[in-house]
Design a protein around this ligand. Structure first.
Ligand code: LMR
Length: 336
């Protein structure tokens, strides 16, 4: 009935993403053995009570304010356990606090579940928190990923709205690089109703509607500002879509197809010691990445995004949260 009965630890489970995640894991038949963790014990108990009141068949859900208890024997970990951003902030404004949380998470994993099969980091800036957790956890790089697909689903939905077509009529949408304002929103590979976006930008139409280069720039900006727009509209950061996409990702690790880019540790092809969204495949082995194809403009945007992440990573090294690159192997022997 469930894709796995191995333990899934959900960290940040008192929050909106975490509690939705637990519910979605159960409602979608993905996992029934779930440990909910959050330091906010009262809210956590409330979230767990609500899950119990849903009465999911075969549900085996526990809750604890002790991170070690939640992590012990966990096969899978999904964490939204960092501070969310508020209106007017960038995701990177969260770095100082959330980087420390990510370092502690990595240390806790090393101590309590060094053999866990998959760690998915959601809290922002996810490329950096995922990287920090990877280095400190000692996990193999393929076992750690970050949620990146929301930028591509936002591209898909923005194009569907522009061309007035059903969302799944827009295919091949991909953003790569960082999950921040510097993300690379690719045009190559995208099709609207079967018409390549590159041809539409050269004068073709889809559903009798065209798109000018300026309109494409607006769409790219809208995707880059997609998370901020939700905060502006709802007065709080997104929670339904990250919870759902995270469950889709876990299902990818459990053998179901997952079509969106994921965060991966990238060290090769001119990119070094970084976590960022790339073309990826999820499987029981975790996440593996490859180089994207794209127009020169797309690929330059990816390089710019990478350079931005390098500056953020180097600041984290300067702050002492990450060791110098040459010493990463001492924290994590799986890293070159
Ligand atoms: C999102 O993209 O919705 C999340 O990263 C949350 C945020 O602060 O934007």
């Amino acid at each position: 009935m469930y894709l796995t009965d191995e333990k899934v630890a959900v960290l940040g489970a008192a929050g909106a993403i975490g509690s939705n995640l637990v519910q979605t894991l159960l409602a979608s038949g993905t996992a029934n053995r779930i440990a909910m963790y959050d330091p906010f014990e009262k809210g956590l108990e409330g979230a767990a009570e609500e899950i119990y009141h849903c009465a999911f068949p075969k549900a085996d859900v526990t809750w604890t304010a002790e991170a070690g208890e939640a992590l012990t024997d966990a096969a899978y970990i999904i964490t939204s356990g960092g501070a969310p951003r508020k209106e007017g902030m960038t995701r990177e404004d969260l770095t100082r606090d959330n980087a420390r949380i990510a370092r502690q998470l990595g240390r806790d994993i090393k101590q309590h579940c060094p053999k866990c099969k998959f760690l998915l980091v959601i809290f922002n800036p996810a490329d950096i928190t995922g990287l920090i957790a990877l280095v400190h956890s000692g996990l193999p790089p393929g076992r750690v990923s970050t949620l990146a697909g929301l930028d591509s689903t936002r591209l898909q939905s923005a194009l569907a709205q522009h061309f007035n077509v059903r969302q799944d009529r827009v295919t091949g949408c991909k953003t790569y690089g960082g999950h921040g304002e510097q993300m690379a929103v690719f045009k190559s590979g995208t099709q609207v109703d079967g018409v390549p976006l590159e041809e539409i930008l050269n004068g073709r139409t889809a559903n009798s509607i065209g798109m000018t280069p300026d309109e494409w720039t607006d769409i790219q900006d809208r995707v880059r500002g997609g998370g901020a727009r939700i905060i502006g509209l709802r007065g709080r950061s997104s929670f339904q879509s990250p919870a759902q996409q995270s469950v889709f990702m876990l299902r990818g690790v459990l053998g179901q197809p997952y079509e969106w880019p994921c965060g991966a540790y990238v060290n090769g092809e001119g990119f070094n010691h970084i976590m960022m969204a790339m073309p990826t495949t999820l499987s029981s082995e975790g996440v593996s990445w490859s180089m994207p194809g794209g127009t020169p403009e797309d690929l330059q945007a990816l390089r710019d995004s990478y350079n931005h992440l390098v500056a953020l990573r180097d600041q984290i090294v300067a702050d002492g949260i990450l060791p110098p690159l040459s010493r990463w192997k001492e924290s994590n022997p799986n890293l070159d």
